[in-house]
Design a protein around this ligand. Structure first.
Ligand SMILES: Cc1ncc(COP(=O)(O)O)c(C=O)c1O
Ligand SMILES: N[C@@H](CCCC[NH3+])C(=O)O
Length: 428
């Protein structure tokens, strides 16, 4: 049991969360290594070990400390980076270059140069000008890189509009208009500076239905067929992106096999019929690896009961460590960690300490009576919490503690006020 209650106290991966709050301070992110490894194990069982020539590239944007990259390295995973900063993190720990893939709709020349210098495995080209930019850099450096094209399949997905990426009106990917995509593929095939491997799509995030993945896959397989027919070229790699949904409140999380099995069956059947060796298949899960492995801990402070309206319970963090409720109206569950088995007696709203009315973490949650000094725990905050954290109101970014079966270690130290001032210069 990753989460359990003992003597009224919430334990996570064998650790007493109230003690952790005292030892490391709050706000605090906890990450369960056991849960992260458990997700990788499930992917190994239903995908990596079941089918040859497959890879998982963890989408680092979900949670990107060096320690996470090290877990990926140890577990034999690849990683998907989307910025010079994520790439630098990988380089810092000596992450094997060939296991890094680079995504992004506006990769900067300096980012591409660093990636090509490091010898990264793949660049996922996201727009028409990017090929020329990569070719120029490779020409100057006397290098060659492996590339895929990210395409927009033009499918709808059932998720928040801000995290849907597969529709045609998107800043990501290349549209599938014939007069756009075929010349682009021809140019990549003909290039002396890139090896063109195939196609990439990512339909969106936090999906609980495999429909849009399967629809996008059909579209991409049709493209593969057309590329063979028109250009006589067999692709050697397909990347199906990530997007697999997790539990925040009462969602019905589907196992990875719910997505992977029908996709792999479709792919295997298609290439058998085409009489072509199946290309390598890559996926890029981010959220599903780390979201449920995270808990955020806060200390309750001011409590305001606006009679007949709402009771606000304030915590010592907020939108600075978890922007998702404010940005996507995301919903979370939580408990008072030191009263974890007490019955709810009132409905309250958990708000942060930032100067924004929208700084609400959980609206209308049933809790036992909250008191100043209680430790409040919010579940499923492991993805896109720390990585989207900000210094708004000059609040320092919290520490991260990695838990494993009762042991705990600091993997990101809490920012100090000095850290926040470190880049500032006072004019003479
Ligand atoms: C290209 C790409 N790959 C992977 C991901 C990871 O998605 P998720 O965290 O939903 O698995 C994203 C983000 O949505 C993405 O844009
Ligand atoms: N940041 C988003 C996910 C972005 C996915 C990347 N394209 C979230 O928290 O849900």
């Amino acid at each position: 049991m990753i989460k359990e209650v003992k003597n009224g106290v919430l334990y996570f991966d064998g650790c007493n969360t109230v003690e952790l709050a005292k030892e490391y301070g709050t706000p605090l992110y906890l990450m369960s290594e056991s849960d992260i490894v458990g997700q990788f194990t499930q992917l190994k069982d239903c995908f990596l070990s079941k089918y040859t020539n497959t890879r998982v590239a963890y989408a680092a944007k979900a949670f990107s400390p060096m320690a996470m990259f090290a877990i990926c390295q140890r577990e034999g995973m690849c990683i998907d980076v989307v910025s010079g900063g994520e790439l630098y993190t990988a380089m810092k720990i000596g992450f094997p270059a060939e296991r890094i893939e680079f995504n992004g709709n506006n990769k900067l020349p300096c980012e591409l140069e660093a990636a090509i210098d490091y010898g990264i495995g793949r660049i996922i080209i996201d727009g028409l000008q990017e090929l020329a930019l990569i070719e120029r850099i490779c020409r100057e450096k006397g290098k060659k890189v492996q590339v895929l094209y990210r395409v927009t399949p033009g499918v709808k997905s059932d998720s928040h509009d801000y995290i849907v990426t597969g529709k045609k009106d998107s800043k990501f990917g290349i549209p599938l208009d014939e007069d756009v995509i075929f010349p682009a593929v021809e140019a990549a095939i003909a290039s002396d500076y890139v090896d063109f491997l195939g196609f990439h799509f990512h339909v969106g995030s936090q999906l609980h239905d495999n429909g849009s993945h399967l629809q996008a896959l059909d579209i991409i397989l049709n493209l593969v067929k057309q590329v063979k027919e028109h250009l006589g070229y067999d692709v050697t790699e397909l990347n199906l992106g990530g997007g697999f949904g997790v539990v925040y409140t009462d969602e019905n999380r589907k196992p990875y096999s719910y997505f992977m099995t029908p996709m792999m069956e479709k792919i295997e059947g298609f290439f058998t019929d085409l009489g072509v060796v199946r290309p390598a298949i890559v996926i890029e899960p981010g959220r599903s690896i780390v979201a449920e492995a995270g808990i955020s801990l806060y200390t309750i402070g001011s409590i305001k009961d606006i009679r007949g309206v709402r009771k606000y319970v304030s915590v010592d963090g907020g939108m600075t460590d978890n922007i998702r409720p404010a940005l996507y109206q995301a919903q979370y569950r939580g408990v008072i960690a030191n009263k974890a088995d007490a019955e709810p007696t009132e409905t309250v709203t958990i708000c942060g300490k930032c100067c924004e009315s929208g700084d609400v973490l959980i609206r209308d949650i049933g809790l036992p009576e909250a008191e100043a000094g209680d430790t409040f725990a919010i579940f499923s905050t492991g993805a896109y919490g720390l990585t989207m954290a900000s210094n708004y109101n000059k609040n320092p970014i919290p520490a991260v503690v990695l838990l494993k079966e009762g042991s705990h270690k600091l993997i990101v130290r809490r920012q100090s006020y000095e850290d926040m001032l470190a880049c500032e210069v006072l004019p003479e």
